[in-house]
Design a protein around this ligand. Structure first.
Ligand code: DOR
Ligand code: ZN
Length: 347
């Protein structure tokens, strides 16, 4: 059995870095092992213009350790007032890599998102023309739809109609959590990709709710039944180019997670590669880990794979911090998969 594997340096195709003290605390956690990440724009207020994306990129670069070589790939937050010319100029200038669609009210800081999808149709058509991908948070917000069904209903009611109405639009279904998501992504051809998080490969809804509520396992889209986790595992471990890693690592201070109305988000940046190696090893798919973490994402985004590598070595259980401290006194709990991690990461 192999005890060491070397991968092209991975990328994270869906990451929350936040701003200020939180950004300073969490950015090094990702930059340690990853070369690039698609940076989510759901700040308060959101990143809606090219100028705001450029300024946020500068703040991220300033928060990184010197010489770490990490490249943030910026996104714009799509609103019903998004200016297609500003978007196209930011894309042409290399300031943004993609645009993020949040249905209004679907998740953390999504209040400025889209309610009427017809209103963003001209912007989506422009994006199809210029080849700017749309990253989609795929959940309906209709209160009549059960939270565990919101992804599957979104595909039928919103995503499929948008894709049919906008030929050539490149779409990433972010953080898929269901077998319906896997099936739709798989059938979508080369203009459709899907990211899968680390935590959705590990937890199902029982992990959140059985034996006491576990706020650090609560995220959106919420983890589903075990059969859906199995579908995600099979997709991630398949090596198919449609599926790639987007951790959705989403830090919140512990006091806002362990709260009567706890925030959604799992913070996995610190130990993602060790968790993934463990999960892929159990699937007998270590030879396909690199496709998921390092090859399929760049191919979808039309970017070169990274030159550097990381090496994973199997040994005694790896120590990782339980929490990351944030200046000012807050702490962020690191995702605990519930099993020991034997794969350590080196350059
Ligand atoms: O769990 C989540 N956390 N899901 C999201 O869509 C947003 C994210 C966040 O920003 O905290
Ligand atoms: Zn996210």
């Amino acid at each position: 059995m192999s005890t060491q594997i070397t991968l092209r340096r991975p990328d994270d195709w869906h990451l929350h870095l936040r701003d200020g003290a939180m950004l300073a605390a969490v950015a090094p956690e990702t930059a340690r092992h990853f070369a690039r990440a698609i940076i989510m724009p759901n700040l308060v207020p959101p990143v809606v213009t090219g100028a705001q994306a450029a300024a946020y990129r500068t703040r991220i670069l300033n928060a990184l350790p010197d010489g770490c070589g990490f490249t943030p790939l910026m996104t714009l937050y799509l609103t019903e007032a998004t200016d297609a010319d500003d978007l196209a100029a930011a894309h042409a200038a290399g300031i943004i890599t993609a645009v993020k669609l949040y249905p209004a009210g679907a998740t953390t800081n999504s209040a400025s998102g889209v309610t009427n999808f017809d209103k963003v149709r001209p912007v989506l058509e422009r994006m199809a023309e210029i080849g700017c991908p749309l990253c989609v948070h795929g959940e309906v917000v209709d209160p009549a739809v059960d939270i565990f069904d919101r992804e599957a209903v979104f595909i039928d009611r919103v995503l499929d109609p948008i894709r049919r109405a906008t030929p050539g639009l490149r779409v990433v279904m972010e953080h898929i959590t269901t077998s319906q998501g896997v099936d739709y992504a798989r059938a979508g051809g080369p203009d459709l990709g899907a990211t899968i998080t680390t935590h959705h490969l590990v937890i199902n809804r029982n992990h959140i709710l059985v034996g006491g509520i576990k706020p650090h396992y609560y995220c959106l889209p919420v983890a589903k039944r075990e059969e859906h986790r199995q579908a995600l595992l099979a997709a991630a471990a398949s090596g198919e180019p449609t599926f790639f890693l987007g951790t959705d690592s989403a830090p919140h201070p512990d006091h806002l997670k362990e709260h009567a109305c706890g925030c959604a988000g799992c913070f996995t940046a610190t130990n993602t590669l060790s968790v993934l190696a463990e999960v892929f090893e159990r699937e007998g798919a270590l030879d396909r880990l690199e496709a998921f973490t390092s090859l399929n994402g760049p191919a979808f985004y039309g970017l070169p794979v990274n030159e550097g590598t990381v090496t994973l070595t199997k040994g005694a259980p790896v120590d990782y911090p339980a929490k990351i401290a944030v200046e000012g006194g807050d702490a962020v709990t690191v995702f605990q998969p519930g099993f020991p991690l034997h794969w350590s990461v080196s350059e």
